[in-house]
Design a protein around this ligand. Sequence first.
Ligand SMILES: *Cc1c(COP(=O)(O)O)cnc(C)c1O
Length: 424
Amino acid sequence: MNNIYKKYDLSDAVINLVNDASDELSETYKEYEKNKEINQIKVIHAMQKNNLAASDFYFATGYGYGDIGRDKIEEIFKDIFNAEDALVRTSIVSGTHAIYIMLASVLNYGDEFIYVTGAPYDTIQKSIGLVGDLSDSLMKKGIMYSQVELKGATIDFEALEAKISKNTRAIVVQRSIGYEFRKAINLHAIKDDMLKFKDKHPDIVIMYDNCYGEFTDSIEPTDIGADIIAGSLLKNLGAGISLGGGYLVGRKDLIELAADRLYAPGLGKELGLSYGTLRTTLQGLYMSPRVVCEALKTQSLFSYVFKKLGFDCTPEFDEHKSDIVCAIKFKDPDILIKFCKSIQKAACVDSFLTPEPWDMPGYENKIIMASGSFIDGSSIEISADGPIREPYIAYFQGSMSLEQGKLGLMIALQDLVDAGKISL
Ligand SMILES: *Cc1c(COP(=O)(O)O)cnc(C)c1O
């Protein structure tokens, strides 16, 4: 077993540490295997229920009115998410785009929306108007923003209730941790409160940023009362196979609004070409439960090992999972940068490149990003990133195979040992 890793410059101590740690997590891994099975059957069943046919892979031209496969993918997403309708498009370029469509399609002048999981993900902040000075941000257009901080690991429903006004039109839950050192939102834990909230405020739209959350659990936000959710096909559901795109799933009236926002009022979701991406989108969806399972195992392994080495990590290796991100608090910019460089070396694509911190569009601080991926920027593939700001936290995610995750961890540990930053 150890011999194969000798292809890399790794000490026995590093190889053994990672192999042993992975063996010690076998019970934890079993939980993810069970979850994989549930989600895999969901996917297969939805494809069968909708009579997915070989002919669905052909695609239309022009306006795309007859893009049957595109419509079928949306039916399949709808069923998987237990929702009324879905919008799954390659013309949605990223998670940020999908989330912006969700916000901008529902919210109008004078409406207020409340983020109930603290500050939103960095790239959405500009669109909202919290940073920067864009003349077409939501806030510049007369939409009011407000925020409720998390209470420990969960949503503070009391504080939320106190914030509700006659203008409140929507609340937003960000399921995954973003660039914060916190817990992902456990859907089981908020279910009862969320359903009570929905009962009490039927006119308030419950939205989720579902990025990195898909298939990490047996349920999705739409199973606990979400009206509309948004996410990216460059993450969990793309499985490193989808060429790109984003999705929204939820109430029929809201999906119609979202399609009108994506295209033009009145056009709706009847048109929009899929440009021959249908097969890869479906293959990505099919592989997703399995790939997410590998990412969850890798997440636990990183958390387990770095905690052993004395670094604060979230989530804990054996905690309930609701996203695929492992945040490691390095408290040292050198370690953060070194760590990302090491992860890059474990990629299949661009393993010979060295990431450096840079000013990425949409982000306030310099960001370092390790991402050597088959699909450019796809972060279900082994990747790590972090803003260069205190306390220098690395956000590690993905790996489509545990084996590659282990390799990445070994390389990172060896590089940190060699630099005198850790000792085993
Ligand atoms: C990745 C991510 C986004 C944004 O997705 P992009 O595809 O990078 O635009 C938004 N929210 C969360 C929580 C994310 O993890």
